[in-house]
Ligand binder design. Structure first.
Ligand SMILES: [Zn+2]
Length: 80
């Protein structure tokens, strides 16, 4: 039996549809019985949709790579 705290832990995977069939089923069972988690999932899903709707901006992969490099360099510099 899934507990509320277990559900909170896997809620984002559930919304992203990344759970296995058995796990998904136990989430659905829990949601049928637990109003708190239903509203929790509902809120989470609403905010996820909102973020996705507003994230049409995709950064240039080359820029991301350069930033990664600079971060790695900065971290290395700190270590030495
Ligand atoms: Zn619950």
């Amino acid at each position: 039996m899934l507990m509320c705290r277990d559900l909170a832990r896997i809620a984002s995977d559930y919304i992203d549809n990344e759970l296995g069939t058995a796990q998904k089923l136990s989430v659905k069972m829990h949601l049928m019985m637990c109003r708190d988690c239903r509203s929790f999932i509902g809120n989470l899903r609403a905010s996820t949709d909102l973020i996705q709707a507003h994230s049409s901006y995709k950064p240039d992969p080359e820029l991301v790579r350069r930033i990664d490099e600079q971060v790695a360099q900065a971290l290395n510099a700190k270590k030495n």
